[in-house]
Design a protein around this ligand. Structure first.
Ligand SMILES: Cc1cc2nc3c(=O)[nH]c(=O)nc-3n(C[C@H](O)[C@H](O)[C@H](O)COP(=O)(O)OP(=O)(O)OC[C@H]3O[C@@H](n4cnc5c(N)ncnc54)[C@H](O)[C@@H]3O)c2cc1C
Length: 487
């Protein structure tokens, strides 16, 4: 039997026209996903007449990914970026579908049926592993889990055990700084931000006196950025403590300080703090210690609970790398947070590089098991490049991915069900409670109103209070805010 299509059927229309736009799905509304959508809509091809229809999906009702669920609440300058992303999505030419999980609510097959191209921008939310004895003890935590808690991630428990007086944070990147700063800061100083009530209440009860950050290499090898490092000294009633024996510089360090302004600035900041330590000054009630050349070898415990941590002292080997000295040192701590990096999660039906934690890709073109491009599939952001770099870096990722997608344009496998409403019908038929951009605007306004109400009731101006349980987020986004408030 013939399966010929009628002349008016979507299959026969030229893709990229008003009648049959190029249909693109972006999975993940973090910065990488939003930048990719924005860059595509502003491309030369679109300026020259290519018509695109972009649907942006996220598993949460709120957009912006790690900007909302990773960036520390006391980083207000990120607001400028949020405003810019908001403007992109508020234009109305990119549809937002929140509360839609790729792999559960939509499969790859569904996406390939409805779209000509799919861009994965699913980022990373988990901690990289650290395999040392004792890592499983009660009181040993992943920094990413703590970050998710203080940022009000809807899928993590509302309570966080903050019982330790002395805490070790393992890692020498910006996330370790965030974790250590939030752990050591007085809760009142975070009230001005958007932290949820449960986070404020939890931090207020913390008995912490000493937070120790440990890095494996020297001060010239830290992975911090200068602004984030300097910010440590802005916490009220928290002293920064450094140790002269950790200030070791090998040939590679000297070279790095000479040739890299960022490293020079950070080594300068650390050295000034070391020199300026004033033993006679009035001591703060909390301390933040920065240790270098410490390699964690074992978390020790008693009765299943963390009681300490053992490090081998390292030395630099001339190339900026560290090697063990055979000298061991113990610190009494009741909690350990590992912040040795994030790691991407595999996506159903997409080839995954388990060593790097990224979707297997070449310049954003997703590769199959045979190493060739799977037509129509792309990746961008942390899931493409790995979980390193600031928000700004995801713009470059997106540009490369979109350039390649547009280069492949004429060979994209055309969607078999390209109708604009078809995906909505599919989600409805599955009972998926998806949310929309208008729904996010409702939720945003609701959170700001909660912040205003808290400000009126208390002495501190709150910019917003996050609505955290997912069902409440969905409820507010889908127009039943009254039910949530009335609970
Ligand atoms: C703790 C922490 C603090 C940081 N602080 C800063 C900072 O102060 N300044 C700065 O510039 N950068 C900071 N960064 C880096 C910045 O967050 C990243 O560069 C950026 O968020 C990466 O963007 P992305 O879009 O690739 O991933 P993400 O931001 O992770 O976005 C991925 C999106 O995909 C969605 N998603 C995932 N899986 C699915 C699925 N199956 N279905 C549907 N949707 C899905 C997620 O919900 C999320 O919205 C920080 C990162 C971390 C971890």
């Amino acid at each position: 039997m013939s399966t010929a299509v009628s002349p008016q059927s979507p299959e026969t229309l030229a893709v990229g026209t008003d009648a049959r736009p190029l249909r693109v799905a972006v999975i993940g509304s973090g910065p990488a996903g939003v930048y990719a959508a924005d860059i595509l809509t502003k491309s030369e091809e679109v300026k020259n007449g290519l018509v695109v229809a972009i649907d942006l999906f996220d598993r949460y009702p709120a957009p912006y990914g790690l900007i909302r669920y990773g960036v520390a609440p006391d980083h207000p300058r990120i607001k400028g970026i949020v405003n810019a992303l908001h403007k992109v999505l508020d234009r109305g030419d990119i549809r937002f579908f929140g509360n839609v999980d790729y792999g559960t609510d939509l499969t790859l097959e569904d996406l390939q049926a409805h779209y000509d191209a799919v861009i994965f921008a699913t980022g990373a939310i988990k901690d990289a592993d650290l395999n040392i004895p004792g890592i499983e003890l009660d009181g040993s935590y992943g920094g990413a889990d703590f970050v998710s808690w203080y940022d009000g991630h809807p899928d993590v428990p509302r309570e966080w055990p903050l019982e330790a007086k002395e805490i070790a944070v393992l890692g020498n990147g910006n996330v370790a700084l965030d974790v250590a700063r939030v752990l050591s800061k007085h809760a009142e100083d975070l009230l001005v931000t958007e932290i949820p009530e449960n986070v404020y209440e939890g931090l207020k009860k913390s008995p912490v006196t000493d937070v120790h950050i440990f890095g494996r290499r020297g001060p010239a090898q830290v992975k911090f950025t200068p602004l984030e490092l300097r910010e440590l000294s802005h916490s009220k009633d928290v002293d920064i403590v450094l140790y002269p024996e950790d200030f070791e510089f090998d040939e590679a360090s000297d070279e790095a300080i000479k040739t890299n302004n960022q490293i020079k600035t950070m080594v300068g900041t650390l050295t000034n703090w070391l020199v300026d330590q004033d033993d006679d000054a009035e001591p703060a009630s909390r301390r933040l210690h920065l240790h270098f050349l410490h390699n964690p070898v074992e978390i020790t415990g008693d009765d299943g609970k963390v009681t300490g941590i053992t490090f081998e002292r390292n030395e630099l080997d001339g190339t900026g790398n560290a090697r063990g000295t055979g000298e061991f040192v113990d610190y009494p701590v009741q909690a350990v947070y590992r912040s040795v990096g994030y790691f991407g999660s595999a996506l159903p039906d997409v080839e995954f590089d388990h060593r790097r934690g990224v979707v297997t890709n070449d310049g954003g073109r997703v590769l199959g098991a045979d190493g060739t491009h799977v037509p129509g599939l792309y990746a961008t952001g942390w899931i493409k490049r790995g979980p390193v770099g600031l928000i700004g870096h995801t713009k470059g990722d997106a540009l490369e991915t979109i350039t390649n997608l547009l280069e492949d344009r004429v060979n994209l496998p055309a969607a078999s069900v390209p109708g604009t409403d078809k995906v909505v019908e599919l989600l409805d038929s599955r009972g998926v409670e998806f949310t929309s951009w208008e729904g996010w605007l409702e939720l945003d306004a609701h959170e700001k109103a909660l912040g205003a109400a808290a400000s009126a009731a208390g002495p501190v101006q709150r910019e917003r209070v996050k609505v955290v349980p997912r069902e409440d987020m969905v409820s507010v986004s889908r127009g039943s805010a009254a039910a949530v408030v009335g609970r």
